[in-house]
Design a protein around this ligand. Structure first.
Ligand SMILES: Nc1nc2c(c(=O)[nH]1)N[C@H]1C(S)=C(S)[C@@H](COP(=O)(O)O)O[C@H]1N2
Ligand SMILES: [Mo]
Length: 217
């Protein structure tokens, strides 16, 4: 094929793409305050706990995060390797499909962009499947997974993320409904074609944009 480039220029191309998409931006993806609360949502002050009913107990020493599939550098990170990645602290809102939203969550962790830079996604990768230690799965378009405020979180309000909320490490993708934010994350699989995860098989939306009320398919 004539659009096939040699490896080195492919790498440069993907680096330029990250840069033009604002690779080094951190913080909120801006939205006017009047649109902060998505339609059909109400604010809560406490943080509800929702999961399949079993909360895996994974000590940091035993925890591993595998990133596999369509990447040039598949890795299995242990705690030390994960903490050696660039660390970011930022605040974002939660929007759950069950209609509660919670503002101003102070997260600490690794930006998905910094993780992706580490593993180098191939051009064919278009989606990610997230895997939890409880067997939970959820699918997310790679572009959504790579937004500047999407993170792998290990801290909340300055403390280690509680086990009930997905500690030691969970995903947080603030601009999608919270079921896309896998708790107790153990694997990130880059795939070419979209396929449904746990709730998506049961009728939840493949993307889940709260402002478009993409609740069910
Ligand atoms: N591993 C795992 N991640 C999960 C779930 C789950 O059951 N298992 N539930 C999802 C759903 S439906 C929601 S609303 C949020 C709830 O996160 P919270 O309990 O921290 O509020 O986690 C999401 N991530
Ligand atoms: Mo949920």
């Amino acid at each position: 094929m004539d659009d096939e480039l040699p490896d080195a220029s492919k790498l440069t191309k993907s680096k330029q793409r990250w840069a033009s998409e604002g690779k080094f931006l951190t913080g909120h993806v801006s939205r006017p305050e009047s649109e902060r609360l998505p339609p059909g949502q109400h604010l809560v002050r406490d943080w509800p706990i929702l999961d399949l009913g079993k909360q895996p107990d994974i000590a940091r020493e035993r925890w591993r995060l595998e990133i596999k599939g369509m990447v040039d550098r598949p890795v299995a990170l242990d705690w030390a390797a994960f903490m050696a990645l660039p660390q970011t602290r930022l605040s974002s809102d939660i929007h759950c499909v069950t209609t509660w939203s919670r503002y101003d969550n102070d997260w600490q962790g690794v930006l998905t962009r910094d993780l992706l830079e580490h593993v180098q996604p191939r051009d064919e990768a278009g989606f990610v499947m997230l895997h939890g230690y409880d067997g939970y799965t959820t699918n997310v378009p790679l572009a959504d997974f790579a937004t500047p405020d999407a993170m792998l979180v290990h801290g909340w309000q300055g403390k280690p993320l509680a086990r009930a909320h997905g500690g030691p490490v969970r995903v947080v993708i603030p601009h999608l409904y919270f079921w896309k934010s896998a708790k107790w994350v153990r694997g990130i699989e880059l795939i070419g074609a979209d396929k449904p995860g746990f709730w998506e098989v049961n009728g939840y939306h493949m993307r889940g944009d709260p402002w478009a009320e993409e609740r069910y398919s």
